[in-house]
Design a protein around this ligand. Sequence first.
Ligand code: ZN
Length: 243
Amino acid sequence: MTEHNEKRMMCMDCAYWLVNLPTQRCPECGRWFDPADPSTYQQASKKVGWRRLASSLSSRQCVIFAVLSLYGIVNASGPAQWEAGSICMVAFVGVPLWLGILLLYVVRTAATWLDRERAKLDDSERSGRWRWWVVPICAVLVVSSWIYPWPLLLRFRLSQTAFEAAVADYQMGATFRGKWVGLYYVKNAHPITYTGPGGRTTVGFVTGSNVLDPVGFEYDPLPNHPTGFMIYEVGKSWYTFED
Ligand SMILES: [Zn+2]
């Protein structure tokens, strides 16, 4: 190792200058390096290729991913899967950003695995382990909500007792104009009439709107509730509806 070479060493993870150090560890982030192995640090004038990718995502990327995931899950807990006002933001910013971070996570995980296999780094003291878990946990929660509407069912189950009390109030003549029922904000409640065979009148609690119509939860104690696109039975005698 020449003095000239040492002056050019920078930490692979955080680009801290690795100069005159008592140990082979970055004082900033704790990453191990070996002055004799140029692939364990970066040089100011030289790229080190894929090894640059061998680290977890930044805290900021993890937080962005978690926030986007939470946003998706909260949307999936409404009676319509995607409600008005969220569509444009989600389609043009949220989804590309979410997928981009997911892809970066996959690439970094693969690079880190290769890095460990090849260099056999002693990284047991490396910090930031939580950053390896945020993305996969959030991704599983979001993707599973596309397959099975668990956020909707969970949030409704937690609100069902309140909705049953709301039906009793409604039948006693109470009006609903902007009122929390359980974990949902009810804008209004109104009768819904079905004609033809199996005709009936039920009560609908409007909690939001999709692009076209108000959406919410409908109470129908009769059997054979009319079916339709994106109508979920969220509890006994309770269904999502769209006006
Ligand atoms: Zn560092």
